[in-house]
Every structure is written in structure tokens, then in C-alpha cells.
Design a protein around this ligand. Structure first.
Ligand code: V0D
Length: 252
């Protein structure tokens, strides 16, 4: 299936940006298609990942520009460890590479860096680079740039149940008090509002174990565009689509 950009009604702000009312507060993105992008060009998969890093920063710029509050990016899943070892090793160097290049701009844009997922079992170099960025940006109150790294939705729910059960055993939590709101405090996303919009690139229409609990009422937007080709106008197309959706949360 070929992909065509539909016409975007270009109601421009003075700065030349497409005006969007009803901007989603929290956008989550499954950044898929780097390998396919590389293969189409006869390049190794890692060339696609490398290209994808700059697209992350362009996406951060757009999100920040449109006053989106939270951007959650699926960077590495608990299943991704099964990939060839050289690819995993390459991926684990990307956070440091990204931060070396873009941390000054993140500071300038008042962006706060956070992660969700199993942080403890990441390689120490990866952890240190990310921890340093979290420290340096912790007082920034602009966009929250939230990387899902070593993240799995089922894994998240299991660790939440374990943590919660321990608190019940220690009489720190009364099981009668358990409800959806209380349970969400044990997830990696505690303190975060649920995503309003989920974007997945590269034509796959699956969740692939991403944010299983949190996406209960989220609007989904899929595109055949591969992640390295996810330019600002494609992001804006997703935002324009969201703008026109009526959310009912199960009501009428
Ligand atoms: C490869 C496309 C930024 C998807 C984007 C470890 C796959 C580029 C980060 C990053 C990855 C993570 C944490 C952080 C700062 C940056 C990243 C991974 C993969 C997996 F604090 N891009 N990126 N992390 N890719």
C-alpha cells in the first residue's frame, strides 16, 4: 500500500505553524520501522536506528512547540533482548549518543527526561548516561520526555502486583482499599496521566506489549510511514486527526 500525505488545512499561526486546538496532553509513540527503512536502502539495520535518533529529537521539538505535556517513546522492549547481540549492543549505546548531542537543547527547551521500565538490568554505561540526564533535567517543568526502555506491559503489571502484595503482607495496604486508582500507583507510570493519543509507525497495527493498562481509553493512530521518515508534517497529521475525534470514555 502506498502512502500519501492527505491535504492538511493550513491555518497558520504567525510563526508559520499549523494551528491545532485540542492538543493531546500525553502522546505515546511506538517508533517502528528502522530495520525496514535500512533494508530498503541496502543498509544494515543499525543504520536505520542511527537515523531514528535524530527523528526522536525532531519529534521532541514539535511536541514542545505544540505544548504537549508528556511524550512517551517506546525505545526498547523486554523482548528486544532476543535480537542479535551486535544490534542490542548498538541500541544500548544510543541513549548516551542522543544525550551527548541533544542534552543542551533539552535544557534550553526546559525538557525533563524520565524513563519507565526495568532500569536496574540495563548495561551500566547506558544507565549512567540516562541517570545523569535525569539528574540534570529534574527541575525542568516543560515537556516530560519519557523513554520506555527495557519496558514490557505485562512485566509492568506483574512487578506492580508483587510490590502491592508485599505492602499488603506488611499491613501497609488494606486490600479493601484496592481500586483502579490505587493499583495505578504501583505501575512505572505512577503520577503520569494516561496517554490521549498512541501513534505507531511502519504499518503494524498491534500494541506489542506497550502500556497495556494505560491505553484503556486512548485514541490510536497508525501510519505506514517508517520511523526514520516520521517528519514533523506526519506528526502534525496525527495531531490534526486527534483534534477531530470525540472521546466518550465509555459514556454516550
Ligand atoms: C532506536 C528509534 C533515543 C527506535 C529511535 C536503548 C529504536 C532510536 C534513545 C534514548 C533508540 C533513550 C533514553 C534516553 C535518551 C535517549 C534511544 C534506544 C533506542 C534503546 F534517556 N533513541 N533511542 N534508546 N533508538
Amino acid at each position: 500500500m502506498s502512502f500519501k500525505l492527505p491535504f492538511i488545512k493550513s491555518k497558520k499561526k504567525p510563526e508559520g505553524d499549523t494551528e491545532i486546538i485540542n492538543v493531546p496532553r500525553h502522546v505515546a509513540i511506538i517508533m517502528d520501522g528502522n530495520g525496514r527503512w535500512a533494508k530498503k536502502r541496502g543498509l544494515p539495520r543499525i543504520a536505520g536506528h542511527k537515523e531514528g535518533v535524530d527523528v526522536v529529537q525532531q519529534t521532541v521539538r514539535t511536541a514542545s512547540n505544540y505544548n504537549i505535556k508528556i511524550l512517551t517513546l517506546f525505545a526498547f522492549s523486554t523482548e528486544n533482548w532476543k535480537r542479535p547481540k551486535p544490534e542490542v549492543q548498538f541500541l544500548m549505546k544510543l541513549p548516551k549518543q542522543f544525550l551527548n548531542t541533544y542534552l543542551p537543547e533539552l535544557m534550553e527547551k526546559n525538557v525533563r527526561v524520565e524513563t519507565i521500565g526495568r532500569f536496574d538490568t540495563l548495561p551500566s554505561q547506558t544507565k549512567e548516561a540516562i541517570q545523569d540526564a535525569k539528574e540534570k533535567t529534574k527541575n525542568n517543568d516543560g515537556l516530560l520526555l519519557n523513554f520506555a526502555i527495557n519496558y514490557g506491559g505485562r512485566d509492568e503489571i506483574i512487578q506492580a502486583v508483587k510490590k502491592m502484595t508485599k505492602e499488603i503482607e506488611n499491613n501497609q495496604l488494606n486490600i479493601e482499599e484496592l481500586d483502579e486508582n490505587e493499583f495505578s500507583n504501583y505501575l512505572y507510570t505512577k503520577n503520569l496521566e494516561d496517554p490521549d493519543l498512541l501513534i505507531r509507525t511502519s504499518g503494524e497495527r498491534r500494541l506489542s506489549n506497550f502500556l497495556l493498562w494505560q491505553l484503556a481509553y486512548t485514541e490510536f493512530w497508525f501510519t505506514d510511514v517508517l520511523w526514520p521518515d516520521f517528519r514533523e508534517e506526519v506528526f502534525i497529521q496525527a495531531l490534526k486527526d486527534y483534534e477531530n475525534r470525540k472521546r466518550r470514555y465509555g459514556g454516550i
